[in-house]
Design a protein around this ligand. Structure first.
Ligand code: ADE
Length: 225
C-alpha cells in the first residue's frame, strides 16, 4: 500500500535513478548502501502480489526479493509494532480439502510452505533489533481476506501455527520458489485480526506506526547485507 511504501521512502530518504512501468506498477531503481535496489508497491492481495513479483523477476537481474509491510497479529505473545520475519509462508485460503488435500497445500507444488532464505533470516533475526519492539521469526499465512474475526484468527493460529496473517507474502514467496529466487518477508503488526475489538479500527490507526517499524528493519537489513 502507499502507506507502507511511503514509510520506506521516508526512512531511507532515497531518490530513484530510474523508473519504469510494468503491468500497471511503477518500479523505482535506487542505489542504497552500495546495492542496486528496486522498489515496487504491489497492491493488495495474492494475484496483485504475484503479478508484481513475476514482472520484477522478468525485467531485473534479482538476487533477493524482500517483501515489507504490515500484518494482523495471531499470537498472544506479540504486540502492535513487533516485527515478524517469515520463517515460511502458507496460502491459507488455498482449499482442496474436499479432495483430501491439507488446507493450504497447493496441488502440484512440491512443498507445503514456502521457506524464506536462511541467510537473510539469520541477518534479520540475529543482527537487527528495534529499540521499542521485538523482532521474531515464525510462520506467516496469506489469503485474499482481511482477517477481522476472533474465530478465524484462532483457527489460523491453531491450524497453521502462524504468528501473523496478511494478504501477499505467501504469493510473493510462491513466485520466488517457482523462479528459484531467495526471499524474505518482513511484517510489522498493526492489529489483532479481530481478537481484540475490531481489526479495521486498529489497522486504520496503527498502520503508519507498524509500517515505520517494518521500514526501519529493511533499512537496517540493506546496511547489513
Ligand atoms: N494486514 C494487516 N492486518 C491484516 C489482517 N487483519 N488481515 C489481513 N491482512 C492484514
Amino acid at each position: 500500500m502507499d502507506e507502507e511504501l511511503s514509510q520506506i521512502d521516508g526512512e531511507l530518504g532515497w531518490s530513484p535513478i530510474r523508473s519504469i512501468n510494468l503491468a500497471g506498477n511503477t518500479y523505482n531503481e535506487y542505489v542504497y548502501a552500495g546495492h542496486s535496489v528496486i522498489s515496487v508497491k504491489c497492491g493488495i492481495g495474492k494475484v496483485n502480489a504475484a503479478i508484481a513479483t513475476q514482472a520484477l523477476l522478468n525485467n531485473f537481474a534479482t538476487d533477493y526479493v524482500i517483501n515489507v509491510g504490515i500484518a494482523g497479529n495471531l499470537s498472544q505473545e506479540l504486540k502492535f509494532g513487533d516485527v515478524v520475519i517469515a520463517n515460511d509462508l502458507v496460502e491459507h485460503d488455498f482449499d482442496m480439502s474436499s479432495f483430501g488435500v491439507p488446507l493450504g497445500q497447493i496441488v502440484g507444488v512440491n512443498t507445503f510452505s514456502f521457506v524464506a532464505d536462511s541467510w537473510l533470516k539469520e541477518l534479520l533475526t540475529r543482527r537487527i533489533q528495534l529499540e521499542s519492539n521485538q523482532v521474531v521469526c515464525g510462520r506467516i499465512v496469506s489469503g485474499d481476506q482481511f482477517i477481522d474475526d476472533a474465530g478465524k484468527a484462532a483457527f489460523l493460529r491453531s491450524e497453521f501455527n502462524a504468528l501473523a496473517c496478511e494478504m501477499e507474502g505467501a504469493a510473493i514467496a510462491h513466485v520466488c520458489y517457482a523462479n528459484k529466487i531467495p526471499f524474505a518477508v518482513i511484517r510489522s503488526l498493526s492489529d489483532m485480526a479481530g481478537q481484540d475489538g475490531d481489526a479495521f479500527h486498529s489497522f486504520t490507526e496503527l498502520k503508519e506506526m507498524a509500517a515505520k517499524r517494518a521500514a526501519l528493519v529493511v533499512k537496517n537489513l540493506l546496511r547489513e547485507i
